[in-house]
Design a protein around this ligand. Structure first.
Ligand code: AMO
Length: 425
């Protein structure tokens, strides 16, 4: 039975030993499971065999306890304690090599122990609600969930930042994104799809927001008129997700992380890249050389948090009108303007999205301009036999949870972090 469900009467529980006070005549042992904590009280003279077991037990060992739960107003933990009839030490723990105050890299070495902390367990409960809410939102709109291969024949998207793997007597690559296959689903007439799965990036970045493997939540849908349709779906989806998280975990998040979950207002503010640079200069005296203005620099991205707040009283900001130089070849362009966007939340990019170029001759030409036409030959085939207008976006889930809970690095928002220097545990 779960500890949180204990009521006076016969009980059987299992959990970790959180605390153990071995007094002259009594023992007070606190047992913890995911749902809560409870005190076990042993009168040594009455239960010498149980007292013997606890006298050799160590903190974080696991135990099974059978006994009688009784109300006791002097017990701080919920006014209830267990008087045990039977105790079994199911595993004995060695002294723990880390604590909550250890450095992050030490904690990551022993991630399974680090995850025992309440705040980490909450994080994954919130993440579960998050993906569930995203799914629910999309399923209500008749989206189909797909699972695309992660072993792919050619380097995807940009050609760089891709992991090469030995595939029998030839080379394969780990997918940098499900991009090609989610677009293939449009050619298959699936109309609306999503995928939640691993994404691999061979980037040697040591920043708070980069991992070499992360979880992507990707969406693609057909018969759109512009990338505005894509932004609209995304803002509605994120609002729904934050609403669900607030309902279910808002109070706990505030208590454990000190963060207020804010359900955003619709529509999200939108700004053109060039207008952002103009306002950043006017408002905060921030400038970058003109040649860098084809993309949002990391510093400018950070300042977008302030800008979104000051100008729109919002946490989110859609950035549009990027130049084609820095962007993927599959984005549609109109008069040289990219029909795509990034979404910035609290000063960090969480999404890229776009209307895609669906016309065979044009997409082929755009791939050629980036020197990718040979690499993506198989993908270009998808466009030859009828391809609906379509668009979509990709969300980085680990970044979203990091920003939601105001965690200082993505290393702590992933179950297991993978970076340039980390392939363990
Ligand atoms: P992009 O490359 O912008 O777009 O990736 C989409 C989102 O994934 C997250 N992300 C990362 N998270 C952790 N570590 C990384 N190294 C990392 N790189 C990216 C970000 C980012 O916004 N195919 C397009 C999406 C599309 O157009 O549908 C793509 O992959 O949150």
């Amino acid at each position: 039975m779960k500890i949180a469900e204990i009521k006076p009467g016969k009980v059987e529980i299992q959990g970790f030993i959180e605390n153990l006070r071995d007094k002259k005549n009594m023992q007070f042992v606190v047992i913890r499971d995911l749902s809560g904590k409870i005190q076990i009280t042993v009168v040594k003279s009455e239960k010498p065999e149980i007292a013997e077991i606890f006298s050799h037990a160590t903190l974080e060992s696991t135990v099974k306890v059978v006994g009688e739960a009784v109300a006791n107003e002097f017990v701080k933990l919920g006014g209830i304690e267990i008087i045990p009839d039977y105790v079994e030490l199911t595993s004995k723990a060695e002294a723990l090599p880390i604590g909550p105050e250890s450095f992050i890299d030490q904690r990551l070495d022993y991630r399974w122990l680090d995850l025992r902390q309440e705040k980490n367990q909450l994080l994954f409960q919130v993440q579960t609600t998050m993906t569930n809410a995203l799914r629910e939102f999309l399923l209500n709109k008749d989206f189909i969930e797909i699972h695309t291969p992660k072993l792919i024949p050619t380097a995807s998207e940009s050609g760089s930042e891709v992991f090469e793997v030995k595939y029998f007597d030839r080379k394969a690559y780990l997918a940098q994104s499900p991009q090609f296959y989610k677009q293939m689903a449009m050619a298959s007439g699936f109309e609306r799809i999503f995928e939640c799965g691993p994404v691999f990036r061979a980037e040697k970045s040591h920043t708070k927001k980069h991992a070499t493997e992360f979880t992507g939540f990707d969406i693609e849908f057909s018969y759109i008129n512009s990338f505005e349709d894509v932004m609209k779906l995304e803002e509605e989806m994120l609002t729904y997700m934050l609403q669900k998280i607030k309902e279910k975990h808002g109070e706990k998040i505030k208590e454990v992380y000190g963060v207020e979950v804010i359900v955003p207002t619709l529509p999200f503010p939108k700004m053109k890249l060039q207008d952002i640079y103009k306002e950043l200069e006017e408002r905060y005296n921030f400038t970058v050389p003109d040649e860098e203005k084809v993309d949002l620099t990391t510093e400018a991205e950070k300042l977008c948090e302030q800008l979104a707040k000051d100008k729109f009283n919002h946490e989110f900001l859609f950035v549009t009108d990027y130049g084609p130089e820095k962007r993927a070849f599959y984005h549609m362009r109109k008069n040289g303007i990219l029909q795509g966007y990034d979404l910035i939340w609290k000063g960090i990019e969480i999404t890229s999205g776009a209307q895609r170029e669906h016309r065979y001759e044009i997409i082929k030409q755009q791939a050629k301009e980036k020197g990718l036409d040979k690499d993506v030959e198989f993908y270009l085939e998808f466009f030859k036999y009828g391809m609906p207008t379509h668009g979509g976006f990709g969300l980085g889930l680990d970044r979203i949870i990091m920003l939601l809970l105001n965690i200082s690095t993505i290393k702590e928002s992933m179950f297991i972090f993978r970076g340039p220097d980390r392939l363990n545990p």
